[in-house]
Design a protein around this ligand. Structure first.
Ligand code: PHE
Length: 417
């Protein structure tokens, strides 16, 4: 339904063909679970902050500053352009982000604040907050989650304090005129502007600092591995995986900040690393929390298990009790303008969430079908309903399900089978 403006954080934003934030999503702004004492996300946040505060000090004072109250409403410049994310990059797609309009969106990662904080002159900082992404619906995905992002920069005097003869930059690179040098990333081990010594020393530090963090959270017995990765804003880049519950689980992305970003932020003679990690994944693994929706629980049976605890104490979540699931299928014929491959599943997931709210546990695609004669396309999804705090009646589920059928029919012009 067309709305001419979006009301957000006491402001009006003009809407346009990009607008896809929903009232339900808007209702999560300002909840700040990472700042709610006793929320598992706030406990993990605190443990991460403590690690950086105690490991990195200068004359007894922490060197990292913390930003955990930055507005999640950002520009496409902050979220993408400033981070060298190309115009045609898939992460900009309307199907993946919550846009307020074509210039403004709910940040999709905390890295969206990196450039502005660098520009303000900061060199070591953590950015913590809620991020928004359109995705599938299951026990590990929720459209709002929380990230800790960081930047650590060093100048030559600090990085090479034991080797004053070494340099951060290649001789051909002119610090006072950075834009005259084409900084390439074709060498997998470093950016062309950096010396191998600087890139390697930063990589070693980055990896050991992050392993230190994982050990501080999970204990020294945790198994880990590094996987080469690609991010437009770092080079080289890696992902860190830990072995948890019989499987490798990705916990963070990181790398050496592209020198263009540092140079665009102002005069620069340093090299920096950056990383970003998701708090939900860590909290779910640390405390054995089986469903991401529990982070939003107001139920005392849940919260009391985390409240008034020493944050370094081992906490294992004990399900208060598990209520039954209820699965209803929905199948529909698509209008002739759509095929099973052009139908945007994330649009459907958002609508299901918008109507079903937090009792939606999972939405699974069961079947894609093209009728051999009529050539009409049809889709079938299973919607799994479960309330986290009580038993749902079949009657109650049927009502919500009917409501979803009506809304899907109106919104996508489909025919329920
Ligand atoms: N922003 C990246 C993400 O959300 C994580 C990241 C941050 C990677 C900083 C590298 C450097 O996946």
């Amino acid at each position: 339904k067309a709305i001419s403006s979006v009301h957000l954080a006491n402001k009006e934003f003009p809407s346009d063909e990009y607008t896809n934030v929903t009232p339900k999503i808007i209702s999560y702004l300002g909840k700040n679970l990472h700042l709610q004492k006793g929320n598992p996300l706030a406990i993990v946040r605190k443990r991460i902050v403590n690690y950086f505060y105690s490991s990195f000090t200068h004359r007894g004072n922490p060197i990292f500053s913390i930003y955990d109250n930055l507005s999640p409403i950002v520009t496409t410049k902050q979220n993408f352009d400033d981070l060298l994310i190309p115009n045609d990059h898939p992460s900009r797609a309307k199907s993946d982000c919550y846009y307020v309009n074509k210039d403004i969106l709910l940040r999709a990662h905390m890295t969206a604040h990196q450039s502005e904080l660098l520009r303000s002159g900061l060199d070591n900082f953590l950015m913590i907050g809620d991020v928004y992404r359109r995705d599938e619906i299951d026990s590990t995905h929720f459209p709002v989650f929380h990230q800790v992002d960081a930047v650590r920069s060093q100048r030559k005097e600090e990085l090479f304090k034991d080797h004053p003869d070494l340099e951060i930059f290649e001789p051909a690179f002119d610090i006072s005129n950075p834009h005259t040098f084409v900084n390439t990333i074709t060498d997998p081990s470093k950016q062309s502007c950096h010396t191998l010594e600087a890139a390697k020393l930063m990589e070693t530090q980055l990896k050991s600092h992050l392993i230190g963090l994982v050990y501080a959270l999970f204990g020294k017995d945790i198994k880990h591995r590094w996987v080469d990765a690609y991010f437009p804003f770092t080079h080289p880049s890696w992902e860190l995986e830990i072995y948890y519950d019989g499987d490798w689980m990705e916990v963070l992305g990181c790398g050496i900040v592209r020198n263009e970003i540092l140079a665009n932020a102002g005069p620069n003679n340093s090299i920096a690393y950056a990383f970003g990690l998701g708090l939900e994944r860590l909290a779910m693994a640390l405390y054995k929390i089986p469903d991401i929706r529990l982070m939003w629980s107001k139920d005392s049976g849940f919260l009391s298990q985390f409240q008034d605890k020493n944050i370094d104490e081992k906490i294992t979540y004990k399900p208060v009790s598990s209520y039954p699931q209820c699965t209803n299928d929905i199948s529909f014929w698509l209008p002739t303008t759509l095929t099973v491959d052009t139908f945007i599943s994330n649009d459907f997931y958002d609508l299901v969430r918008e109507i079903g709210g937090d009792i939606i546990e999972q939405v699974k695609l069961r079947d894609k079908f093209v009728h051999p004669k009529s050539k009409k396309h049809s889709l079938c999804y299973s919607i799994v309903y479960r309330h986290l705090e009580r038993t749902l009646t079949q009657d109650e589920v049927n009502k919500v399900h009917k409501h979803i059928e009506t809304a899907v029919t109106d919104m996508f012009n489909v025919t329920i089978r």
